[in-house]
Design a protein around this ligand. Structure first.
Ligand code: NDP
Ligand code: 8X3
Length: 252
């Protein structure tokens, strides 16, 4: 039987690239997101290219009941989840604290923090019952240093770091690995979402640097899942070579 990876936010960016990478290594993939059409297209492509199974599941990670219904509805042949990648997330807006849109704040907290909590709690019984599993959480360099106008997005990613530490401690007794991955700037749909469809502002984020690609990040995520059972990467920061941290870039 193939190993199984459960990926949130697999309709785009890092999650989609992880779906390809894990499938290419023989994993069956549970691919989740809100855009069902994209997940179905991914299913066709991955199943035909890699000969593994892909189960598309569309739900909003902010919706606790929908998360639990989706996970508890998994048939027996999808329940032995080896790797959970908590990747679904977003930034909305880049504004001073006193001017930022509070609905954007709520959406970021509900998605990046509460969504990660709901999915983890829904999936964990399938790991604790076997005393086996690996949870990989997507933080960010924004969760290492706060930058101007990053306020609540940064706070959600600091939370991912704290929750990863908490999970690692509390799940020790079940032998479950917990890894937090903190990428710097990576060219995906992230900035288009953040700037609400303003393509020129989104593109300007990556002008003058060779940013990380989704594949770069997926390759590193996959690597963390390949280590022996007794070895766990706890916390990993990766940036492109022209970025040192949240604030410092060398733009050409
Ligand atoms: P993308 O915008 O390309 O992908 C985001 C994914 O998250 C999509 O598949 C989207 O699916 C899903 N998603 C967003 N909101 C929800 C929701 N409410 N319910 C379910 N799924 C949701 O961005 P990235 O791939 O770049 O980002 C992935 C993660 O990496 C995020 O957590 C982000 O914060 C983090 N990150 C990104 C960096 C970057 O520079 N790109 C750097 C560091 C971290 P759908 O819209 O179909 O629901
Ligand atoms: C995404 C990276 O620098 O836009 O988490 O916050 S950044």
């Amino acid at each position: 039987m193939n190993k199984i990876v459960f990926i949130t936010g697999a309709s785009s960016g890092f999650g989609e690239a992880c779906a390809y990478r894990f499938a290419s290594e023989g994993y069956d993939v549970i691919a989740t997101g809100r855009r069902a059409g994209r997940l179905e297209a991914l299913q066709q492509r991955i199943q035909s290219t890699h000969g593994v199974r892909l189960l598309p599941l569309d739900f909003d990670v902010q919706d606790k009941a929908a998360v639990f219904a989706a996970v508890q509805g998994l048939s027996a042949d999808w329940q032995e989840i080896d790797v959970l990648i908590n990747n679904a997330g977003l930034a909305l807006g880049r504004d001073y604290f006193d001017q930022a849109n509070m609905d954007d704040w709520e959406t970021m907290i509900d998605t990046n923090v509460k969504g990660l909590l709901y999915v983890s709690r829904a999936v964990l019984p399938l790991m604790t019952s076997r005393n086996k599993g690996h949870i990989i959480n997507l933080g960010s360099t924004a969760g290492k240093e706060v930058y101007e106008k990053g306020n609540v997005y940064c706070a959600t990613k600091f939370s991912v770091g704290a929750l990863s530490q908490a999970m690692r401690i509390d799940l020790l007794r079940h032998g479950i690995k917990v890894t937090a991955i903190h990428p710097g700037a990576a060219e995906t749909e992230f900035s288009l979402v953040r700037f609400k469809g303003d393509a020129s502002t989104a593109t300007s984020v990556y002008t003058g640097i060779e940013a990380l690609s989704a594949k770069d990040v997926a390759d590193v995520i996959y690597y963390t899942s390949t280590l022996p059972a007794h070895v766990c990467i706890n916390d990993l920061v990766l940036t492109c070579t022209q970025q040192a941290n949240s604030m410092y870039f060398y733009k050409k």
